[in-house]
Design a protein around this ligand. Structure first.
Ligand code: HEC
Length: 120
């Protein structure tokens, strides 16, 4: 039997904690398992590329200005072929590090596709 107000409080807190974690599991579990590729690649871009190229691709960051990156959305950059953009992403160029070894070729390809979709 329930003996005290404190015990009731504990039970309520416990029940809340259980239902909250169930909700968290149900809402986060499936979407992560489905691995929404677009979101993954956006997160990867923000984690690995945005320090220099900025989240929007403008290159408007301290490191971007220092290394003189071009706006990834500009006609000069977008006018280059996928192969050229892929090569720079995968192998690097001057101050741009190459990512083929750390991320793999597929992710580099997806990143190029992501850059293609950045809009001014
Ligand atoms: C340390 C800063 C830095 C980081 C981090 C970085 N880049 Fe770069 N990136 C550069 C620089 C500098 C250039 C210009 C290279 C050149 O032409 O000399 C460049 C050029 C590029 C280009 C070609 C653009 C052009 O001007 O033709 C692409 C595409 C690119 N980066 C993609 C990426 C991707 C994708 C990532 C993340 C996986 C990334 N970069 C991370 C510095 C960086």
């Amino acid at each position: 039997m329930i003996r005290s107000v404190n015990q009731v409080k504990k039970l309520v807190v416990l029940a809340l904690a259980i239902s909250l974690s169930a909700v968290a599991f149900l809402t986060s579990g499936p979407s992560q398992a489905a691995g929404a590729p677009v979101q993954d690649i956006a997160a990867l871009y923000r984690a690995k590329c945005a320090s220099c190229h900025a989240a929007d691709g403008s290159g408007n960051t301290p490191a971007g200005k220092k290394t003189g990156v071009r706006d990834l959305r500009s006609a000069e950059v977008q006018g280059q072929s996928d192969a050229v953009l892929y090569n720079i992403t995968a192998k690097g160029k001057n101050k741009m590090p190459g990512y083929e070894k750390s991320l793999g070729a597929d992710k580099c390809k997806e990143l190029v596709a992501y850059i293609r979709k950045l809009k001014p």
